[in-house]
Design a protein around this ligand. Structure first.
Ligand SMILES: *Cc1c(COP(=O)(O)O)cnc(C)c1O
Length: 372
């Protein structure tokens, strides 16, 4: 089945009891037991399993080409389940531009439990130099935030394999529509479902997807079920609903990103544009070889400094100044302010999550905001 078909059918099942075409939302926390103690439909208690979560996990697994998925209440909860599944003392290597919320989580909650290094994973020599006998995990996030750097997933996996190290790929920016890390050999895929999966900036969620049901995966399942950072039946329902349009939303987002980045690249008040789909992107060829499309996140640097960048922000009408990404409405933010005083992000950089408005309106808005 093609991905558009999977998105519509893998998370939906006609209800046996009523023949409703769309699955009902099962709010019940508990399920009736037979006198002999068995559970006729396999459900016992909703923290362990719930019909809506079951369908959500089914569509997530199939979209990423995996065998099982575990849904969480946020992307950070999904990431945390990975770190909690590791033996204490395990060394993990993450990218120096890893999503700051997860990097901070490791640094503050796992200090003294796990060892970690945040490095330039794209530099093969640096990566190899940081591998130790207790390294158990390499975390990959590509394209990265907010510089849209691209990591050669296959290359990292080849290095990891030589040392029996697992590779996890945060696929939030690309989504399985544009990148399928499991097919490149990744051991696990992680998502913030809050972003493109939800797609409407109105729910929080996270997911992990595995290519096989191994011992590590069973440990992750334990963290999910015993830790309990699970999404509600309502959130699962909304996510399944949103995922049905994911392929078409992604195509629309990408179409807009392609045209707006090309407009910005030619604009005299723009210093640079960071988007893997541009021939000027330093890893454009790597992106072309491992991605099925280039996604819709991009950043650009306004000529001048923070003042000029903020002036552009203040003049935009269709781009809302807000963090997060992946919704149908266009968002923009000054990343250096968000990341705080120790940020390495250029002060004239603006990060854009382009929505599904008509591209002519978005270009017109950008044009008036950049006229200074
Ligand atoms: C947002 C995000 C996360 C964290 O997800 P939450 O749903 O906010 O907890 C992790 N990785 C990336 C790339 C993200 O954009």
């Amino acid at each position: 089945m093609k991905i558009e078909t999977i998105a519509i059918h893998a998370g939906n099942k006609t209800d046996d009891a009523t023949k409703a075409v769309i699955q009902p939302i099962v709010m019940s926390t508990t399920f009736e037991r037979e006198v002999d103690g068995s559970y006729a439909k396999g459900y016992i208690y909703s923290r362990a399993a719930n019909p809506n979560r079951h369908l959500l996990e089914n569509v997530l697994a199939q979209l990423e080409g995996g065998v099982e998925a575990a849904a969480f209440s946020s992307g950070n909860a999904a990431g945390m389940a990975v770190f909690q599944s590791l033996k204490p003392g395990t060394h993990i290597i993450g990218p120096d531009d890893m999503y700051h919320g997860l990097r901070n989580q490791i640094k503050s909650l796992f200090a003294g439990i796990l060892e970690f290094d945040f490095i330039d994973v794209n530099d093969e020599a640096v990566l190899k130099a940081h591998i130790k006998s207790n390294t158990g995990l390499i975390w990959v996030e590509t394209p990265s935030n907010p510089l849209l750097k691209v990591t050669d997933i296959k290359n990292v996996i080849a290095i990891a394999r030589q040392h029996d190290i697992k590779v996890v790929c945060d696929n939030t920016f690309a989504t399985p529509i544009f990148q399928q890390p499991l097919s490149l050999g990744a051991d696990l895929v992680m998502h913030s479902s809050t972003k493109y999966f939800g797609g409407h900036s109105d729910l929080m969620g996270g997911a992990l997807i595995t290519p096989e049901n191994n011992e590590w995966w069973q440990r992750i399942r334990q963290v999910q079920e015993m830790g309990g950072a699970i999404p509600s039946p309502m959130d699962c329902y909304y996510l399944v609903r949103s995922l049905k349009t994911l392929p078409y939303r992604m195509k629309g987002h990408e179409h807009n990103a392609n045209l707006l980045t090309r407009f910005l690249e030619k604009h005299p008040n723009v210093e640079s544009v960071m988007y893997p789909g541009l021939a000027s992107h330093p890893q454009h060829e790597v992106a072309k070889s491992q991605m099925l499309g280039f996604g819709a996140m991009f950043s650009f640097c306004v000529k001048g400094g923070a003042d000029e960048a903020k002036k552009v922000l203040s003049k935009l009408k269709l781009f809302t100044i807000a963090t997060s990404l992946g919704g149908v409405e266009s968002l923009i933010e000054h990343r250096a302010s968000v990341e705080g005083p120790d940020t390495k992000t250029p002060h004239n950089l603006l990060r854009v999550s382009i929505g599904l408005e008509h591209i002519d309106d978005l270009i017109e808005d950008m044009e008036q905001a950049l006229a200074f």
